[in-house]
Structure formats: C-alpha cells, structure tokens
Design a protein around this ligand. Structure first.
Ligand SMILES: C[S@@+](CC[C@H](N)C(=O)[O-])C[C@H]1O[C@@H](n2cnc3c(N)ncnc32)[C@H](O)[C@@H]1O
Length: 210
C-alpha cells in the first residue's frame, strides 16, 4: 500500500484514538537527548508533555518544573496557555497538524517530538522554519510493531542569524517519465472536460445535455 494511503487509513480509521504508547526505554532515550540540549544551552523553564498517555514521558522528566496535558484526563492541550520552555512527547497522529500549530503558538524554546517517518513532511518542516524554529537534532529509531520507523526530531527557536538547521529540505516535486506521461494525459483529458456537464471526453458543442 502506498505510504499516502496508509496515512489516510490511519487518520480516518473508525476510532482514531491515537493511543500509541511509547515504550518507556524510548521515552527515556528521547528525554536524554532533550536534557542534553536543555542543559548545554542553559534553557530555563517548565517542561510540558502535551499528551501524557500513561506517563511514560512525564514520569521520567528530569527534576525540574514540569506539567502535562491528556485529553483522556480532561486536560486538553488546545486549552493550555502557560509559558513553557520545552515541549516533548509523542503527539496524536490524527490531528498532528493542528497539534503542532498549537505547540508553535506556545513559543517554547525547544520542541522535540517522536514522529513517524511518514509525518516528517515538507510542509511541517517548512511551517516550523517559518515559525522561527530550526532542527538541531534528529535520531531515527524503530518500534517493533509500529508501521514505519520513527524520528526523534528536535527544533530550537532560532535566536541568532548564524544558527542553521541540521536538516535541509527541498520543496521541488520531482517526476519520473511515467509521472510526466500521466500528467500530460490528465491535462489532455482535462482540456476535453465539458463546460456544461463537466464530464470529460467531449466539449460543450457535443454535450448530450445541451
Ligand atoms: C500517540 S499517544 C502518546 C501517549 C504518550 N505521550 C506516550 O508517548 O506514551 C497520543 C496521546 O495524545 C492524547 N491526546 C489526543 N488529543 C489530545 C488533546 N487535545 N490534548 C491532550 N492530549 C491529547 C491521546 O489521548 C493519547 O494519549
């Protein structure tokens, strides 16, 4: 099944509960990465797990001020409005785009998420860059039963012009000769779309509904 179809199937499944609990050793590894960045760059302030689940992240946070949200416990992340320095966790897949928008609104210094490979898209990388965040760490990992590999991806707010992202992305959509062929056929067919009934294959002069 193509990856876009798998993503669509997951997003639209009947009960999009999004409860994919992170194995605790992976959450601990993720926290280790973020702790190092937090300490080395002398950040200060609250750590937030925006979607705690059973607490595999939150319960292993370092001994600093911390907070959590979890919709199943009536703490909706979309209503969160405190000042925080660090957001870390494994966000819900079915509304990832709006979830990330909400994360950006809170303007943390560090955003570090466990994301499926399929979720690290041009669009998300570009949205983050436009919001003033650069990728400063990326670790690819694998959970046995999850469909694709995952990324522990960490962004930091860009504060100096010389800071650059470690991850480059290229917005060009490349096409194979087969892609080009089907594009040409599609546009040929589109040209023949009838102005009256909108069906393809004839123009308005020959439309049976004329
Ligand atoms: C992929 S699971 C991860 C759970 C946990 N962070 C972990 O890694 O084990 C996503 C979690 O997001 C929660 N969630 C979904 N929408 C939410 C919201 N609006 N506010 C807070 N939590 C939400 C789900 O209930 C689920 O527990």
């Amino acid at each position: 099944m193509p990856s876009s179809k798998i993503g669509h199937t997951i997003k639209n499944r009947e009960s999009p509960k999004d409860v994919f609990l992170t194995p605790e050793p992976l959450a601990i590894r993720h926290i280790e990465i973020v702790s190092k960045i937090y300490e080395e760059n002398k950040y200060d302030g609250i750590w937030l797990d925006p979607c705690k689940g059973t607490g595999n992240y939150y319960n292993n946070f370092p001994d600093i001020e911390k907070d959590w949200c979890e919709i199943a416990d009536n703490k909706d992340f979309y209503k969160y409005d405190k000042n925080i320095s660090t957001i870390i966790g494994n966000p819900p897949y079915s509304h990832l785009k709006t979830f990330i928008q909400k994360i950006i609104e809170l303007k943390p210094d560090i955003i570090s998420l466990l994301l499926s490979n399929l979720s690290v898209t041009h669009r998300k990388l570009s949205d983050m860059e436009q919001a003033g965040y650069i990728v400063t760490n990326l670790e690819v990992c694998k959970v046995f039963s999850w469909y694709s590999e995952s990324n522990i991806i960490t962004w930091e707010k860009k504060t100096r012009p010389e800071q650059v992202s470690i991850l480059q992305f290229n917005m060009t959509i490349y096409r194979t000769p087969e892609d080009e062929k089907s594009r040409k056929e599609k546009s040929k067919n589109n040209k023949r779309k009838c102005g009256i009934c909108k069906k393809i294959g004839h123009d308005r002069r020959k439309c049976p509904e004329k």
